[in-house]
Design a protein. Structure first.
Length: 313
């Protein structure tokens, strides 16, 4: 007999592929724009329909993201596929619009200290930048998402108050967010906190899309993804190979891995639209290119039943 939790699970969830941006931004090995576009093309071929492709940030601060316009000029323009660009200011937004992104993502860090480390301004100044970005994006017909980083904890200030995150989400919805993304930037969340915060945001910002971005720094990312699924998120971020993390967060060890998340969802009978074998193969290839094994486990363990994903290498 199936559990009540299993009965309550949705039949499908979307996965936003973030390896080309959040994944690669923390890697010491820098891929060329052509290589990044090829990675995006492989992700799309594997079934990804939303891809965080690029970041329009200063290459001096994040050299891994240099050449965003070149990447966007090379990505396959496949029907039904949406490409997102990270922007932090109006200059970055104009670059994004000129390059033909389908959506933009703006980050506001919930703690002042981390926000200053990450963006050079405090939380309120970052939110002011978001307001201008959202207004301009809507005027250009491009959907803006608001990511609230460090939603569950900050490496410099400790616990992030839940009511503070809920208030940022409420204000974000009022200023044009079509989607609010709760990001566990340093991987400290637990499932009960994920459930509480999502319920609080859903109540404070009704009608706004909900998405979660989990890092697996302390091995809780997949449990948190399941909690978010049951709490009603429509989309989960994941990175092929499980690569990535914020370069300004100490001890970052990677995002939850696309292939491992797809396996988990399939075992729960939740559709993602991502081909498991193809995703595992891309993750292994990333490890080869980056010169170190990736955190993802599917490429090594293989799927179950045998033959359901790439065999262990």
């Amino acid at each position: 007999m199936e559990s009540r939790a299993a009965e309550a699970a949705p039949s499908a969830v979307g996965i936003v592929e973030v390896a080309p941006r959040d994944g690669l931004q923390n890697e010491s090995e820098i891929l060329t724009p052509a290589e990044r576009a090829a990675l995006i093309a492989r992700a799309v071929a594997a079934g990804a329909r939303r891809v965080e492709a690029v970041a329009f940030v200063h290459p001096g601060r994040v050299p891994q993201m240099a050449g965003a316009e070149e990447v966007m000029a090379l990505v396959p323009r496949t029907e039904g596929v949406s490409y997102s660009g990270l922007v932090l200011n109006l200059r970055g937004l104009e670059r994004a619009l000129d390059s033909g992104v389908d959506e933009v993502n703006c980050v506001v860090v919930a703690s002042d200290t981390f926000c200053r480390r990450n963006q050079g301004v405090g939380t309120e100044d970052a939110f002011t930048a978001w307001e201008a970005i959202a207004a301009r994006a809507h005027a250009a017909g491009v959907a803006p998402s608001l990511t609230i980083a460090a939603s569950f904890g900050c490496p410099f200030e400790g616990e992030t108050p839940e009511d503070h995150v809920v208030e940022l989400a409420r204000r974000g919805a009022l200023t044009g967010a079509v989607e609010v993304v709760l990001a566990d930037t340093i991987g400290v969340a637990a499932p009960d906190a994920v459930t509480r915060l999502l319920h609080g945001v859903a109540e404070a910002a009704p009608g706004v899309g909900l998405r979660c971005h989990f890092h697996n720094t302390r091995n809780t990312g997949y449990a948190n993804a399941v909690a978010a699924l049951h709490a009603g998120v429509s989309w989960l971020d994941a990175s092929l190979g499980g690569i990535g993390g914020c370069p300004f967060a100490p001890a970052a060890t990677g995002n939850i891995a696309t292939e491992d998340l797809v396996y988990l969802m399939e075992r729960m009978r939740v559709r993602t639209g991502i081909d498991l074998e193809a995703a595992a193969d891309i993750g292994r290839g990333l490890g080869d290119r980056l010169g170190a094994p990736v955190p993802a486990l599917l490429g090594r363990a293989g799927g179950f039943p045998p033959g359901a994903a790439a065999a262990a290498g």
